[in-house]
Design a protein around this ligand. Sequence first.
Ligand SMILES: [Zn+2]
Length: 506
Amino acid sequence: MLAKVISGTTLGLDGLLVEVEVDVATKGFPKFNIVGLPSKSVDESKERVRAAIVNAGYEMPDTRITVNLAPADLPKEGAGFDLPIAIGILAAAGMIKKESLEDSIFLGELSLQGGLRKVPGIISITIEAEKKKIEKIYLPNQNIIEASLINNIETFAVKDLSDLIFHLNGDKILNCHSKKDIYSLIKEENFQYYFEDVKGQESVKRGLEIAASGFHNVIMKGPPGTGKTLLSRAFPSILPQMEKSEILEVTKIYSVVGLLNNEFFKTARPFRSPHHTTSRIGLIGGGSTPTPGEISLAHRGVLFLDELPEFPRSVLEALRQPLEDGKVTISRASGSLTFPSRFLLLAACNPCPCGYLGHPKKTCRCFPGSILKYKKRLSGPLMDRIDIHLDVAPVDEEKLTNNITPENSKIIRERIIKTRKIQKIRFSKEKILTNGEMGSSEIKKYCKLDDKALGLLKQAISRLSLSARSYHKTIKIGQTISDMKNENIISIESIAEALQYRSYDD
Ligand SMILES: [Zn+2]
């Protein structure tokens, strides 16, 4: 007897439907086979399915069982096929009405007791099922809210195998889960640190506000103890809430990687701070089953690289293309996969290995050769892709001890939200959201400089021999500074300030 059950898997970030065909022979030697490129974890499902069926109080057929996962050329990963395989066996053996499986998709890992455990990639698979006009999706309880975001599909939370069997046979009906509005799930965020926790450093804070306003990459250079790390940790507190489209993009990535933990959606902007010992694959993505790396986990958020020169040069070089394109392509034997990686790079470094080069009170103890080597580790082309360079000097003692309360993150964030709105309107017909994402064609189309501003920029190009990339970056930052002041045309003051943030000594 034959039964067919629809299930799904992910390929990169996209969902794919998989047909689970089960044949239970009427006679023959007992044998249980899974074919169609199952990975080891899928193959192990035989033991879980057998135990779950028996412990749910049903009989496991003791003849030959063959399970085929189609399409056969796609490698199948994970334990999510447990449930459809069990349902398929019971349907093929006549214990579940086959017609109840139509237009439905089943996903879930089984425990030996017959309980259901959550599986990764639900958002992507549900989106694909909706596209293919599947009407119902049956999922573990813990996955239900992820799927309930997708509108045109009925979602059912399944506690255990016997519950589902009762439902499919019409004996005890499960309730369809109501749809969720994504914005109802967003909670007031609490951050680890706030800008008001850092005294002084007004000009650095100004630079960071510009970076957050226009989504520009930024690096802070300065001795230890000047507040670089604290300001970096406080940076998320000034970033605006993600748009719905951003929440979906980011949630898809976290769902596929299985990093949603107890959250259903990733509503907080990502802030990733990988250590410099993180491998290239860990940072960029890859592996035998290509997985997104830190740069994709930081998509629409911040990638914070502390002690930037400590990262291996090869890793830093690999960041260049994703920084430029907002996506990363990972090649593998059977083709290539693309993951989004539109992140804001926030980097910090000391001026030299000991950290005190140029310090007003402490002496640098580095050999000249090691300073040169240290600077060289920050490759020119990577530095050229960082829009805003900030020097962080030690704060005067007087400022550290006075009673003036620094401006708080909430006020800064409100200003940034206003500046983002201007950009949202500007780019309503484009695929980008911020000034930082503009390419040269958008710069030409949208950025207007007044005559004085243009004059200053031309002068700076020849005097400082700026590269074409540097020229474009200066205009982009100038545009953001003008947006912060609600200026229609980029003024000379905005360009002058933008030029301060370029680095000329690297
Ligand atoms: Zn030094």
